[in-house]
Ligand binder design. Sequence first.
Ligand code: CA
Ligand code: CA
Length: 626
Amino acid sequence: MSFLTLRVIAAFLVTAAVFFGSNSISAAPQAGQASGAPAVTKVEPPNWWVRLTPDLMILVSGHGLQATKVACNLPDVLVLRTEATQGGEYLFVWLKFGPQLRSGTAVCRATTPTGEASFELPIAARLPTAQRFHGLNSDDVIYLIMPDRFSNGDPTNDEPAEFLGSHDRTKPRAWHGGDLKGVRDHISYLKELGVTTVWLTPVVKNGATQDYHGYGAVDLYAVDPHLGSLDDYKGLVSDLHKQRMKLFFDAVPNHVGPKHPWVAKPPMADWFHGTADKHLDSYSPIKNSFYGQGAEAPVKNDPFEALVDSHATPAMRQNLTDGWFLGILPDLNTENPVVAKYLLQNSIWWIESAGLDGLRVDTFPYVSRTFWQQWHAGLRRLYPNLTTIGEVFHPAPVVTSFFVGGQKGWDGIDTGLSTVFDFPLFFAIRDVLLHSAPVGRIANVLRQDELYSHPDWLVPFFANHDVPRMISEPGSSPEKLLSALALVLTLRGIPELYYGDEIGVTGGGDPDNRHDFPGGWPGDAQNAFTQAGRTAEQQRILAATQKLLKLRREHAALRTGKLFHLFSDDGAYIFLRQTDDERIVVVFNNGNARRELLIPQSNTPASNAVRTSLLYGDAVATTNGK
Ligand SMILES: [Ca+2]
Ligand SMILES: [Ca+2]
């Protein structure tokens, strides 16, 4: 039997403020376009693939597009029907593909009362799927990067011509110049660190000067020019795949940015839930006191209780699912089948374009479960192994598990979602390490694992881009950071780490938790990507992180072993992970002094162990088989 041990020096009370990290930005109306001869300005999707789907819906933007007839030149591209909206500023074209379809470019002509306009749809053969669309399992470790803040691989794209004034590294809410090439340039750093999967915050084109975070989309079919091009994105995935690593795309079907052209001119009257002038706010009307919570209790998480409650009225849920997030972000009407089709095709387009292994799904509970069921069914028909991880920002497993697929909720709906980020464990780890909460809180989260169809796919984490850096919380320390790291890397699931925590990057709440990675920019005072450039403290934290990741790689029990509680009280938690070949015990002491604990071995998976060897840490263990 091996023995692995962790220690923590001290614990103090702090308050963690957690909130979602999008910025407030106001809608700007688009200039009106005179009608006249028809013209096409945009085609969505811009291209497609042979034998991927039997049909396709195209959204053509422009003006004068009141087509009386649309026909395409390829014999196996059949126009089923069309619909012009907004006085001819949008034209929907539903295509059906014949069985003989070959790769090529379909040229489609729209005839209108004032003339003719054409658009092209390149249709390509699919790339081999063997090395793509694999999905994740507990052998993987996710590393979250906000690409604007990681590394500037291409200074020429720091301030694209259409976004003058957007770049300023001295301003925490401005674009800083990091990009896809910067991530690509540091794949060897990630490989040496020991993570397997990169999750990038959204790379789609954003519209406001403060949208460096990516959550204010204005074009769902383009890479933001600050970050690079679609070819840069495909190249990043290709380079990661060559290293047997994976890429996650951050999908946001709930909303777009206020500057999206649709907000001023929606393609359909009910494209959004409400309008820029009149809409609900996503904050629930449910007061804390409704479910017996203290009315004065600080709000630390999103209010999803009414969604889970089979007794709630539709009125109690509507603000959550139909309201504009933060009262600002335009909420897509995912009950409109045309919107749903657009969003499914958009996800397929990104997955197919880049060979993605999965999607992180933003603001999951804010979208109807019927939409998720259909969206996942559409994705799984093509990519059965794809992993989707939902963001459900809530501390209760009974709430987070409600949104995971593989099981039906009270509404009879299986959302199809692979798994969720383990926010209950996140809250427990932070409360234990930072607020002196009883360590038993960790076992209390784990005992509820059977609420999930696949607890082994849960994503334990202690930090992301929406919460203050662990190391900078009041009362925190490098030892607390390392304890949090060790817990998420040894408990069950697919762990997620947040860029920079491996070297102890500091920072408070958003946007202070999104500092530039030191050394990511030419001329940076230090380069923490290299050992020579790291401070002694950064090197110490990095070496410990690498060591823990290496142990996880080398010991299947830490990845796939069954987890047993051996001991739990206010100050310590001891668990064992077991496979057929090994047993590893993890000892977590949240006190500032050594403890001696006597753990009965009888009738536990440790029952006949007579020898231990230390894998990590500085505890001493002796066993006598009893
Ligand atoms: Ca750049
Ligand atoms: Ca919504």
